[in-house]
Design a protein around this ligand. Structure first.
Ligand SMILES: Cc1ncc(COP(=O)(O)O)c(C=O)c1O
Ligand SMILES: N[C@@H](CCCC[NH3+])C(=O)O
Length: 415
């Protein structure tokens, strides 16, 4: 392990905390581009997080990373799981989560998705369905569902690292705060109403906590105003992690204390839904340089990963730290670009140690919303994912081939 300034801070794992030799040999063995997920780090993150929220239930937001190995790791830690689709809920039960620990929270669920969620609730007693619209309540009743129901509320305050991930004040998500009490009380006639839910957005930093506090306080107020007893009040996830080397990790204890203070006294269990916090720094993306091009403006590094491998920089201008594992020579200014025919296919500008063709680069904090958001655009097969735990390593997702890309294509025989 290499040293870095705050390498002894357990709240953060920097790119330089990964063993270079280990990453080199994984790239040799499995090829690139390659996602590496350290299950031991997922475990550490979960333990630290749940210790900071001792009386709360932690529901892992599976959308951040649905690899079965990750889900199994968190299941074994006693986490519950928040699932954005029936597919995620299927993955959760396949990984061993019992119904009581599965929360289905799909937004505007398509008919087949809702059908499957209702079946899953039947097959796995205790599963909770969260709805964010009166229509979804009606659609559940039409399907004969009368089980555990949670209402997603639009708290009117959002937070997060980019406008595209601030859900809390976006009308798409949840029922308007002012309509929530009335809807809950009428739903209680036909369903087992167990909770209320809200989520501010994703990637909330220490400077951005006031909206999270406001959301929590509104949810506390709503819970106290209801005549129906609630099992839980879910205040969502969104806990950010440092992506830049000079950023500090969240002070979880003060976030937890602020959350409890803002919630006030309620006769229900607090639920928190971290996704990114548990998995982001447990993952790196390995990619090889195939082109080093000097231009009058800057040195361009062409690599074998692109926006189809890791979409966050193209989608949100997100920064991911990059390190050349093949060189310790002095650093130069570069721009790193993938193989996709789009100007947005870039990982941005980075200082990289004397880059040469075939050097191996590691891209940090790739464990959350990395492989999950990969695509096959430009007919590029998705990369492989390898999980490590101590000395062990195994393929969690094999590398796709062109046959996988073509697998759904049908001949259209029009003349
Ligand atoms: C309902 C819900 N809960 C939890 C999360 C987890 O967010 P994060 O990965 O930022 O913790 C999300 C995603 O933003 C979400 O939509
Ligand atoms: N995909 C986003 C997070 C959105 C979370 C889902 N509501 C990101 O990579 O930052």
């Amino acid at each position: 392990m290499m040293a870095e300034s705050d390498t002894d801070n357990p709240d953060v794992r920097r790119l330089s905390d990964w063993s270079e030799g280990r990453l080199e040999s994984l790239a040799q063995e499995y090829g690139t581009p390659l996602y590496v997920t350290d299950l031991g780090r997922v475990r550490e993150n979960y333990r630290r997080f749940s210790a900071a929220f001792p009386n709360a239930d932690v529901h892992y937001a599976a959308k951040a990373n649905t690899s079965r190995a990750v889900l199994r790791t968190l299941e074994a830690e006693d986490s519950s799981v928040e699932c954005a689709s029936a597919g995620e809920a299927e993955r959760a039960v396949a990984a061993g989560f019992e119904g009581e620990r599965v929360h289905y929270t799909a937004v505007n669920p398509p008919a087949e998705d809702l059908d499957r969620a209702v079946e899953l609730a039947d097959e796995h007693p205790g599963l909770t369905i969260t709805v964010g619209a009166a229509d979804t309540i009606d659609r559940l009743a039409e399907r004969g569902y009368d089980g555990r129901l949670c209402l997603r509320v639009n708290p009117g305050v959002g937070a997060g690292h980019h406008e595209k991930v601030r859900t809390g004040a976006d009308a798409k998500f949840g029922v308007p705060y002012k309509r929530a009490a009335e809807l809950l009380e009428s739903a209680a006639n036909d369903f087992d109403v167990v909770g209320i839910h809200a989520h501010a957005g994703s990637g909330i930093s220490g400077d951005d906590l006031s909206n999270h506090r406001e959301l929590v306080s509104r949810m506390g107020e709503l819970a106290r105003s209801l005549d129906i007893p609630l099992e839980f009040v879910d205040v969502g996830g969104g806990f950010g992690v440092p992506y830049r080397p000079d950023e500090s990790p969240l002070d979880l204890d003060s976030v937890a204390a602020a959350t409890r203070d803002a919630l006030g006294n309620i006769d229900a269990t607090l639920v928190v839904e971290p996704g990114r916090y548990l998995v982001a720094d447990a993952g790196v993306l390995l990619t090889r340089i195939n082109t080093v091009k000097e231009t009058p403006e800057i040195t361009v590094l062409g690599v074998d990963a692109g926006m189809t491998t890791l979409a966050r920089p193209a989608l949100y201008d997100a920064y991911h730290h990059v390190r050349n594992l093949s060189s310790d020579a002095p650093e130069i200014e570069t721009t790193i670009a993938g193989p996709i025919c789009e100007s947005s296919d870039t990982f941005g500008e980075h200082t990289v140690a004397d880059p040469e063709r075939d050097d191996l680069l590691a891209i940090g904090n790739a464990g959350a919303y990395g492989y999950e958001m990969a695509s096959q655009y430009n007919s590029r097969p998705r990369p492989a994912v390898v999980v490590v735990d101590g000395d062990r390593s195994a393929v969690a997702h094999r590398r796709e081939t062109l046959s996988d890309v073509l697998a759904t294509e049908q001949e259209v025989n029009w003349r």
